[in-house]
Design a protein around this ligand. Structure first.
Ligand SMILES: *Cc1c(COP(=O)(O)O)cnc(C)c1O
Length: 401
């Protein structure tokens, strides 16, 4: 027995022995599954070793500054995204806030896609109102629009690979290049695509953020976020803020996410294929006025999607029901297999009717600006059998005519 920081001797009393369980060193073998290091604090043999540990993401002293299970997740996602390094957070919003706070200060300016995840839109609005950061919104499809929006004080361009719920696909290489011409770094939320479908760093992105809650973890049992950095220097800088902010991942949450990650390629493949199949069938259904999925013919960004998402358009489909608001509401209440739920990227199929739920405060004009019609329904396709899903959608559509 070794690998203990405090070494009890057999003459120590029960009160002492009770708190110092021996930890066996594993020799000649290793666990194949990543071990769960739930402990938040680590002991050292020398003051120098502890002092050195403060400087390295790969030394462990206190879990807010780094934990072996959490570090395993960071390294795994960094590799999947093709980045130099990554940071893991308690949620996707934790990751997004950390990156925004790390890159921005008062007087800074952000160019951001107009159609953004609601939480991200809210943080940017809050930064603008309370911290003197200015935000310009662009469509996210036109590099000239980005060029025109850039200012000397612009600190970042913020994009999403696949926008919610419009499924519009950003032309990442062109938009990122437009920002780089002015020396402005780009942050891309790649939650909807996952690194299996798109790796924004290959198109020049400086930071990729994820709500790991969605596809990376995939099983509706954990919240998490990850930020991946193209270069090690930016990782080091943001890590410094992240350690101060403390929105770090609990080791068990990291462990669950790592567990989910192992089947990400299989899940994404099935979800993308099923979503494309269902989108095609929905487009031919009389109760459906319009369907959006990046792999569907007639998608406004079909050419960009074919270039950026050659392996599939992802698991999210949105459609406008011909019967409008009432039909949308009736549909999400009539599904049997799919669950009415705000999240996405789960192994189970989820449905949402934004006009009656997440976006209920918006009037029709504000809805239209967000790319949402009164009858828009979003589907996050799971890994169930596609024919069971189709039967469910068909019977629910019959009640939404
Ligand atoms: C869910 C989501 C987020 C926020 O992630 P949380 O884990 O809920 O904090 C950010 N971006 C996108 C695209 C999301 O879908």
């Amino acid at each position: 027995m070794s690998a203990e920081t405090a070494t009890p001797s057999s003459t120590d009393r029960p009160e002492t022995l009770a708190v110092h369980a021996p930890q066996p060193e594993i020799r000649g073998s290793r666990p194949l599954g990543v071990p769960l290091h739930q402990g938040h604090v680590f002991g050292f043999d020398s003051a120098d070793a502890l002092a050195e540990a403060f400087e390295s993401p790969d030394a462990f002293l206190y879990s807010r500054m780094g934990n072996p299970t959490v570090r395993s997740l960071e390294l795994a996602v960094a590799r999947l995204e093709g980045g130099a390094d990554a940071l893991s957070y308690a949620s996707g919003m934790g990751a997004i806030n950390s990156v925004l706070f790390g890159l921005l200060s008062t007087g800074g300016h952000v160019v951001a896609q107009r159609c953004l995840y609601g939480g991200t839109y809210a943080v940017l609005t809050d930064l603008a109102a309370r911290w003197g950061v200015e935000v310009s919104h662009v469509s996210g499809t036109d590099p000239d629009e980005v060029r025109a929006a850039l200012r000397p004080e612009t600190r970042l361009l913020y994009l999403e690979t696949i926008a919610n719920p419009t499924t519009r696909v950003s032309d990442l290489p062109a938009l990122i290049a437009a920002a780089h011409e002015a020396g402005v770094p780009s942050v891309v939320d790649n939650t909807f695509a996952s690194p299996l479908l798109c790796r924004p760093i290959e198109y020049g992105a400086d930071v990729v953020v994820h709500s790991a809650t969605k596809y990376l973890a995939g099983h509706a049992d954990v919240l998490g976020g990850v930020a991946v950095f193209k270069d090690a220097e930016l990782h080091r800088r943001i890590r410094h803020h992240a350690v101060e902010q403390g929105a770090v991942t609990d080791p068990f949450a990291a462990w669950l996410t790592l567990r989910g990650l192992q089947t990400l390629p299989l899940r994404i493949e099935r979800q993308s294929a099923s979503a494309a199949e269902l989108a095609g069938r929905l487009a031919a259904h009389p109760a459906v006025a319009a369907v959006r999925h990046p792999a569907l013919a007639g998608h406004p960004d079909r050419e960009v999607a074919a270039r950026l998402l050659p392996r599939g358009g992802g698991g999210v489909v949105s459609m406008d029901l011909a019967g409008g608001r009432e039909a949308g509401r009736a549909f999400v209440e009539a599904v049997r297999l799919a669950s009415l739920s705000v999240s996405l990227g789960d192994v189970r199929t989820l449905v949402m009717h934004p006009a009656s739920t997440s976006h209920r405060q918006l009037d029709e004009r504000a809805l239209a600006t967000a790319g949402i019609a009164p009858g828009t329904v979003r589907l996050s396709v799971g890994i169930e059998h596609v024919e069971d899903l189709w039967e469910d959608l068909e019977q629910a559509l019959a009640k939404a005519l």
